[in-house]
Design a protein around this ligand. Structure first.
Ligand code: CO
Length: 140
């Protein structure tokens, strides 16, 4: 499994994009609103991985609550996995504390699940299975 993206909770997308894009020189791929999560996201390419900036769009957004409690900063690490169900089964058997015991729908037809920060030494972990990864497992 490899690191798909690193997500950072920010108060205002524009100022943060300006830093990561213009100052650090990362390529800004796109900005998207995810209504269900009450966030706007900006994706920036960083070599093999990506930085995902998360801006809350409502005071009751989970990201707004995160910023209120802990301030801006690292929100989660996302790992790309090939078979999310098999991995969730393995994690359940190992007694890992999961937020999602079954996959839910993510961006672009992906399937995602979160592992509790208590399991990840204080860091929220997202597992992502994309349709391409899944298709690559099918017999030719
Ligand atoms: Co993410």
């Amino acid at each position: 499994m490899r690191l798909d993206h690193i997500a950072i909770a920010v108060e205002a997308l524009e100022g943060s994009v300006a830093f990561y894009q213009r100052v650090l020189g990362l390529e800004h791929k796109d900005t998207e609103e995810v209504k269900e999560q009450k966030v706007r996201t900006a994706l920036l390419t960083a070599g093999e991985t990506r930085i995902e900036l998360l801006e809350p769009t409502a005071p009751d957004s989970p990201v707004a609550r995160f910023i209120a409690r802990r301030g801006q900063g690292l929100h989660h690490l996302a790992f790309r996995v090939e078979n999310i169900e098999a991995l969730l089964d393995r994690l359940k058997k190992a007694g890992a504390e999961l937020i999602d015991t079954t996959p839910k729908r993510g961006v672009g037809g992906s399937r995602i699940a979160f592992i509790h920060p208590r399991a990840g030494s204080g860091v929220l972990i997202e597992l992502v299975e994309t349709p391409q990864d899944h298709a690559s497992e099918l017999p030719m």
